[in-house]
Design a protein around this ligand. Structure first.
Ligand code: ADP
Ligand SMILES: O=P(O)(O)O[C@H]1O[C@H](CO)[C@@H](O[C@H]2O[C@H](CO)[C@@H](O)[C@H](O)[C@H]2O)[C@H](O)[C@H]1O
Length: 479
């Protein structure tokens, strides 16, 4: 049981300790400045051995224009964790317990094991500020199709550029059959359903093999950031089947560009898989007939994206009228019904799994959009446009490292093959809706301008060049 020493003093305080560390993390949104932190809430898990403290802090960064709420699981240890130097947040002096080593919990095997136990409904969440007190505000749910007899061998954090932190669990079932799984710990929290959980949950429940099987979820109700008396509900983590040894399509595509090999067959199959998922989503989750208000809302979103992009890259102002024209043409086009979609579809979000084909991941939607917006029915063409942009990115990243070289043919071949595959599966060719297809690609490129300016400035020219190219396409195709 976790004993909380509520009269103890600690130095530095937890918030003083985690601020500078958070500023260095990939998932920290306000790059280049220290967070201004306030604790919103916390909860704990018990270490069955009683040695390690496990606390998850919900802290809000109030230093930016909008408050951002983060989930920060920490472990507190009385001695350094062997091999844990890279995950050390820092040390603090505790007036009762002495020196404490504080770790990023996701890298600590004790946190990982207890998180898994929680997801499998085999551990009880505990209150953050009272000893030996269950915390009913944290709720976990194991998916009925996943075996409760999941035995943990080891856990490690997935490396790479990620918006969240995923822990891979090497597990077996009771008969020793491998049952690897991955648990995504959301870093940025917003109140409301997380589409990553609900959309993949719905597809998995409907028996779709185009997403990993759901293992379980963790959700919580915490005091809202704006008003501590108001409760906010949201997802904290969820676990799925893990496919070891698979690569995401981004890496496969980059190798193909570099080897001057076309990606057409893979792209065609990916197009067909995408159409299959869209059709399934329209069956299992609500759809909505398109209305003038919905069209106006999407168009307003596109115009807002332009404004955001032009504030990052003022030179885009030269294209304002042409961009407005593309949006107007989309508004006047014929729109299909709205439905749930992936929302941030790109090559990094799909895996090629042996004997299964393409599997889609990360239905969280674009991280720069408010969560409530990401859970609304949308247009399937948004995903199609996202993947078309991603082929352009693969080509663009190769061109960046090969000045004077061109991978335009590679990108165009993959884009056309993707659309062919989509059209064959869906029965309608997205190219028949050219005004929508171009407008959504342009919209995505403008989103990417903001994303790159804030996260990877050296890649900014990939989407800015695409904006110009798409406007040229619009001139040719839409007149
Ligand atoms: N179920 C899985 N099986 C195998 N690899 C996975 C699985 N889920 C995620 N990955 C790997 O992790 C990467 C990041 O996952 P993603 O859901 O996109 O996280 P984030 O929201 O942090 O961006 C993926 O591109 C993929 O390489
Ligand atoms: O995967 P995330 O949900 O974190 O998505 C964000 O990051 C992506 C980059 O990892 C970004 O995607 C952009 O870069 C990709 C190459 O790294 C490229 O394939 C995509 O087409 C391009 O949009 C995504 O936009 C962002 O939301």
């Amino acid at each position: 049981m976790a004993e909380i020493h509520d009269t103890a003093t600690i130095s530095p305080t937890k918030l003083e300790l985690i601020g500078p560390w958070m500023a260095r993390q990939r998932w920290y949104a306000a790059k280049g400045r220290l967070p201004v932190l306030r604790k919103v809430w916390s909860w704990r898990l018990d270490d069955p051995a009683g040695a390690v403290g496990i606390e998850t802090l919900l802290v809000v960064d109030e230093g930016g224009p909008e408050p951002v709420l983060y989930q920060v699981p920490l472990t507190y240890r009385g001695a350094p964790l062997d091999g844990g130097q890279h995950a050390l947040v820092g040390t603090m002096e505790h007036s009762v317990l002495g020196k404490r080593w504080v770790y990023d919990g996701t890298h600590d095997p004790v946190y990982a094991a207890q998180l898994l136990a929680l997801v499998l409904e085999q551990a009880a969440p505990q209150a953050g500020s009272a000893s030996d007190t269950p915390e009913p505000a944290v709720v976990s749910k194991r998916h009925p199709s996943w075996t409760s007899e999941t035995l943990l061998k080891s856990a490690k954090v997935l490396s790479g550029e990620q918006s969240n932190t995923s822990i891979i669990f090497d597990c077996t079932d009771g008969d020793g059959v491998p049952k690897p799984l991955i648990c995504k710990v959301f870093r940025t929290l917003q109140a409301g359903e997380n589409p990553d959980v609900t959309v993949q949950g719905a597809l998995s429940e409907a028996g779709s093999t185009r997403v990993p099987t759901m293992v379980g979820t963790v959700s919580a109700t915490w005091p809202s950031v704006a008003d501590a008396d108001e409760p906010a509900y949201g997802h904290l983590a969820f676990a799925q089947e893990f496919f070891p040894g698979t690569e995401d399509a981004w890496r496969v595509a980059l190798r193909a560009v570099a080897a001057h090999e076309d990606f057409d067959e893979s792209a065609r199959q990916l197009g067909a898989a995408t159409a299959e998922v869209h059709a399934r989503l329209a069956e299992v989750l609500p759809t909505e007939p398109v209305s003038p208000e919905a069209i106006a809302g999407v168009a307003a979103g596109m115009r807002a994206r332009y404004i955001a992009a032009a504030s990052e890259v003022p030179a885009l102002a030269a294209y304002e009228h042409r961009i407005a024209d593309v949006v107007d043409r989309a508004v006047n086009a014929s729109w299909p019904a709205l439905q749930r979609i992936h929302g941030d579809y790109h090559l990094g979000q799909v895996l090629k799994v042996a004997e299964r084909g393409w599997v889609l991941l990360d239905f969280e939607g674009e991280p720069l959009r408010p969560l409530a917006e990401r859970s609304l029915p949308d247009l399937a063409v948004r995903d199609i446009a996202g993947m078309l942009r991603s082929f352009d990115y693969a080509a663009g990243s190769w061109e960046q490292s090969h000045p004077g070289g061109s991978a335009r043919d590679w990108a165009q071949g993959a884009q056309e093959a993707f659309l062919d595959g989509y059209a064959a599966q869906c029965g309608r060719d997205p190219r028949e809706d050219a005004a929508l297809l171009i407008a959504f690609q342009l919209d995505k490129a403008l989103y990417e301008v903001v994303y790159e300016a804030r996260n990877r400035p050296t890649w900014l020219t990939i989407p800015t060049a695409a904006v110009v190219r798409l406007l040229d396409d619009a001139r040719k195709d839409l007149t």
